[in-house]
Ligand binder design. Structure first.
Ligand code: SF4
Length: 172
């Protein structure tokens, strides 16, 4: 199965890998939510480092944080902004999966106990119906700690905040 895997960062990729390694995986790094740009570049470079030696492709959409600013502009409170943020990233993933002839799409966000797992699952299912491409769903969360531990071993950068400036401010 050819899988387009929306990928948010190296540690989440490593945590998700056991669930998708049997497939022909292409990582799709579409994360306009990440700010500032240096942080975005750091996460992308560390995804490449995490994927080294694995038989996976990596695609990047040009970085445009304004896409995320616009997507959450109606309601920047939690959890509305996060649901809009997921919709932005997963809709693009589903659309690209359909256009590029993938069999299915999924997201490494499913590994994080800090994300709204049920919302991600529901969104994936509804986008699958909208675009006519399968959503590969598994609960990746049992491997979250493993992904963090592997990242530590491999010296992969592990971020302290989710991605947007609001989440950055929350940990300062
Ligand atoms: S906290 Fe994370 S999921 Fe929520 S809007 Fe910010 S980057 Fe997106």
């Amino acid at each position: 199965m050819k899988l387009l895997l929306h990928t948010c960062c190296g540690p989440c990729f490593l945590g998700s890998w056991a669930y998708v390694s049997e497939f022909e995986v292409t990582n799709f790094f579409y994360n306009p939510n990440i700010q500032p740009e240096e942080e975005y570049r750091l996460r992308f470079e560390n995804l490449k480092k995490a994927a080294k030696g694995k038989s996976v492709g990596i695609l990047e959409r040009p970085y445009n944080p304004q896409e995320h600013v616009d997507a959450i502009s109606n309601d920047r409170s939690f959890p509305s902004r996060c649901i809009s943020c997921y919709a932005l990233r997963l809709e693009e993933t589903a659309e690209q999966a359909k256009e590029m002839g993938f069999d299915a799409f999924s997201t490494t966000l499913l590994v994080s106990p800090y994300q709204l797992h049920g919302k991600l699952k529901d969104l994936g299912i509804s986008l699958s119906e909208k675009f006519g491409v399968d959503f590969f769903y598994r609960d990746f969360r049992p491997n979250f700690r493993k992904g963090q531990a592997l990242s530590k071993e491999m010296n992969i950068y592990r971020q302290r905040y989710c991605g947007c400036l609001l989440s950055k401010e929350a940990v300062q």
